[in-house]
Design a protein around this ligand. Structure first.
Ligand code: PDD
Length: 326
């Protein structure tokens, strides 16, 4: 069908009918997304006492696959351990679950969302005895990353990082991040790049890397930033191609003097930041290193998809026998 808005983005917007057909997994049941309900006493709702993951699913060479799924579930385990919520499932069980979520929906590109909270209990701060974690999985259409953003880059503004000192936990308590994203929007930018004590931390919902004289630098993995699955992928891919990657604190002055600045996340893959606080970065266009990395990143996705397909080949009967929602 023609796309009236003339944009790729609009073409992927789900119609109301698609949303009505969307199902989600909630505590052992597949339910219509519009019908799924959790208790108002869920600690995720009351305290933001939960952990989440967002996993990108793309179709490469006709293979629809989540990117770096095992790494996402390793990080989920780490976050759950850090806040002492029991992981309800093994990695294999999680992989089956997201495979089923993907399979139940027609979209070629999806963003799978996984959330585990501490469960339902009378409101009180201490961990409740015997609460059963709430498990929620849903998937949404993932609009194509606008070609213009890939080719022309995006703008960002800086702000002091005012969040807590456990940004390494992928917690659903995201108010600090939400405020920082809105700061970007309010300033006509695509992302807010945060600085703590004069050093780069990360974006409101992305990791940030810089390139200077052909070397990629990334802030070290400390409590100050999320250990991003995408940025970790970028580091591996770069090293495979013989590009030097340096993990070290990056001072504000270095950020501003960088040849290239990149943001990365599951939802945005990697984009060049070409304007920071209204000042052009490098040439003011996505740089040569970005263009190489972006192409290698797409190749890595294809390889990952092949591996996923090979691994899933033996599991198809499991997903097929699971009862489907009416
Ligand atoms: N955000 N840093 C922050 C604060 C993030 O929220 C994210 C991802 C990242 C990148 O992580 P990854 O490469 O593993 O997606 C870094 C997700 C997509 C979100 O909250 O929607």
């Amino acid at each position: 069908m023609a796309d009236p808005a003339g944009t790729e983005q609009a073409a992927f917007e789900p119609s109301a009918i698609e949303w009505q057909q969307a199902t989600c997994y909630l505590n052992g049941e597949w339910t219509a997304l519009t019908e799924a309900k959790v208790s108002v006493l869920d600690r995720g709702f009351i305290f933001g006492d939960g952990i989440y993951e967002v996993i990108a699913v793309d179709t490469v060479d006709d293979l629809r696959a989540p990117f770096r799924a095992r790494q996402h579930f390793a990080r989920l385990q780490r976050s759950l351990d850090m806040v002492r919520i029991d992981n309800p499932f093994s990695v294999e069980h999680w992989l089956n679950l997201i495979a089923e979520a993907i399979e139940r929906h027609p979209w070629t590109r999806q963003l799978v969302y996984v959330q585990v909270t501490r469960g339902v209990a009378k409101r009180d701060h201490p961990f409740p005895a015997g609460a059963v974690p709430t498990v929620f999985v849903n998937t949404s259409p993932w609009p194509a990353i606008p070609v213009e953003q890939i080719e022309q880059g995006v703008s960002a503004v800086t702000h002091a990082d005012e969040r807590w000192l456990h940004c390494d936990i992928k917690s659903t308590s995201l108010l600090g991040n939400v405020l920082m994203k809105q700061y970007a929007i309010d300033n006509g930018a695509s992302e807010t790049v945060m600085l703590r004590d004069g050093f780069l931390t990360e974006g409101s919902s992305t990791n940030v890397s810089v390139v200077k004289s052909g070397v990629i630098s990334m802030p070290p993995q400390t409590v100050q930033i999320l250990p991003g699955i995408t940025v970790d992928g970028i580091a591996h891919i770069a090293q495979q191609h013989g590009v030097e990657v340096d993990m070290r604190p990056i001072a504000a002055a270095e950020l501003r003097a960088a040849d290239e600045i990149w943001l990365s996340s599951s939802g945005r893959e990697m984009l060049a930041i070409v304007s920071l606080d209204g000042v052009g970065v490098g040439s003011g266009k996505p740089g040569p290193m970005y263009r190489s990395m972006h192409a290698w990143f797409q190749q890595a996705k294809a390889l990952d998809a092949q591996q996923w397909a090979a691994e899933r080949a033996g599991h198809l009967s499991i997903t097929r026998t699971t009862q489907r929602a009416a």
